[in-house]
Structure formats: C-alpha cells, structure tokens
Design a protein. Sequence first.
Length: 345
Amino acid sequence: MTRVFSGVKPTGHLTLGNYLGAMRQWAAVDQHRADALFCIVDLHALTVDHDPARVRRLSRQAATLLLAAGLDPALCTVFVQSHVDEHARLSYVLECVATDGEMRRMIQYKEKAARERERGGSVRLSLLTYPVLMAADILVYGADEVPVGDDQAQHVELTRDLAVRFNQRYGHTFVVPKATLPAVAARVMNLQEPTSKMGKSDDSGPGIVYLLDEPDAVRKKIMRAVTDSGREIVYDREERPGVTNLLEILAACTSGNPEALSGVYESYGSLKKDTAEAVVELLRPVQERHRALCADPGYVEGVLRDGAERARALARPTVDAAYRAIGLLPAASDTGAGVVLNAAR
C-alpha cells in the first residue's frame, strides 16, 4: 500500500489556508487510500524565537483540529514529532549527506532569515538546517507521497535529492518520495496581501481566517478583503490577485471552478458575501467537533500516545538500517538484526 506522510507546524493558529490546502485532502482522500501518517512537527517550531508554553498549547490545539477536520485514528496515524526520537536520530545522518549550499538556497530560509534580521534578531542554525529534519520526517517512514502546498514543494525536492544521494553512496536504504499537490486552492493567499500566503505565523491578523474564528469574524475579514483596481470580476492571479484569491477560496469551499465562477459575479460585494458564507459553512462542523474534543482531552492524549507508538515501530528499522549503511557500529542488542527498509510494513 502507498504510504503518505505530512505534518503541520505549531507556530500559530491553524488557518483556512491550512485546511483548504492540506487538511481537508488528508481527511477526505489520503487516509482512505493509503497508509497515512500525520504529524504535529513541533521540533520545527523551535527554529525561531518562541514561547515554550505557547508551543505546547498550539501543538495540542493542532492535534485536536486535525481530528476535528476528520482524521480518523482507525484509518491513519496521528502523532507528535518530538514523541518519536527517530526523527532527530535520522536528521543528523542526513546532515552528513546534505551540503551548505543546498540549505542556503532554500527559499523559506532566505525569507525567514531576512525577517529575523530586519527585526534585529539572530538567525538560529536550526533555521538553516530544518529542511534536513523535514527530509528525515519523510524518509524515516519510507513515505511514497507527501501531500503539501506548493510552497513546500522545494523541500520535498531536497528530500528526494538526499534520498537518492544516500542510496547511491551507501546502498539502497530510502524510498524516494514525491510531492502531491491539491488541484484547487493549493495556496490560499492573505486577504490583505493577496500576493503573500495566508500563513499561520503571520502578524497580519485581518488578512488571515483562522479555523476557530467566530462566524462574524470570518465575515468581517472576507468583506474587508483587498481587491483590485477596476470593477470586473476576472480570474487572473498575476494581474488580479485579490479577486482571484476570493474566487479560489469560493471554488474550494463549494467544489466549483474559479474561472467559471468569475463569470457569475458582477460586483466585488456579492462575491465577498458568498465567499464569506461559504467559508462559515465550511468551518462550522470543524468547530463543532473541536469543541466536543476539547471536552474530552483524554481522548486526544490517547490518540497521540497510540500514534507515537505505531510511528516509532515503523521508524526504528529505517533509522537502524541508515546507521549501519553509513558506517556506524550497531549497539550490541542490534547486532545481526538484519533489518531492512519497509520491514514494518
């Protein structure tokens, strides 16, 4: 069976972009067609200045929202990255395969490092190397596919490069994964800055619809969304990014076609109103389920505990195989184990 891995970083409250770009696909499609693992990648949240209590709080909230969005622990594995030591174990080995130039070419590193410097802060080494940890997240499970938004496609390409390089140098150890992108709304943009992604760690609150926003807050944000010069409703991401973003959000919420929807509306007001109501209705069942899960915290803890146990069982053979392949002496208890990739499948 195809194995799928993806994760969400607890650096902010999850957004409409996270849901339309990834979470809905995970729940509706991926967990049913594949051996799917979904992870709260909390180690990645440590690459920038952070409040430890907030990271813990957002990690729990992210896990609860993944379940509220429809992930079923009977069908998939939901867990927290830091609960499975094999991620960090494999990351260092892969750092010994990656190059400094590869890390510095990562677009997200350039953007985030620039923002940190503008704020007068220092750039942590982990911000440079975290794409290798991301590669370890994927390769440790022998994932065939990684469902991501288009902004993460470069990281999956790096993962592929590292897997191929390791296999060529030290013997076949890793599955070489591929990125899969949703057909519509792969990258929902900020309502106030429609040329920028709707990021959960962004400071521009008015441009971000959070999954737990009250309906009136959702309506207000969308009705105040930046549009474009001119009055025609035209689907054109380059020339009309504001209206195109609204059309793509509406299309994703209603299973429509954004280009076809552009011919339905004659004013920005009517487009915004329909988009706002579509988003409110889309989020309603997620929010209701989230409230129910928050009332039963023991259930969420049990899901994460069981998920980490299964993830460790899948990951350990791969890491042990990589350690032996690269030349590390097995511990006495591991000698002669003869573990090969995918033995846990």
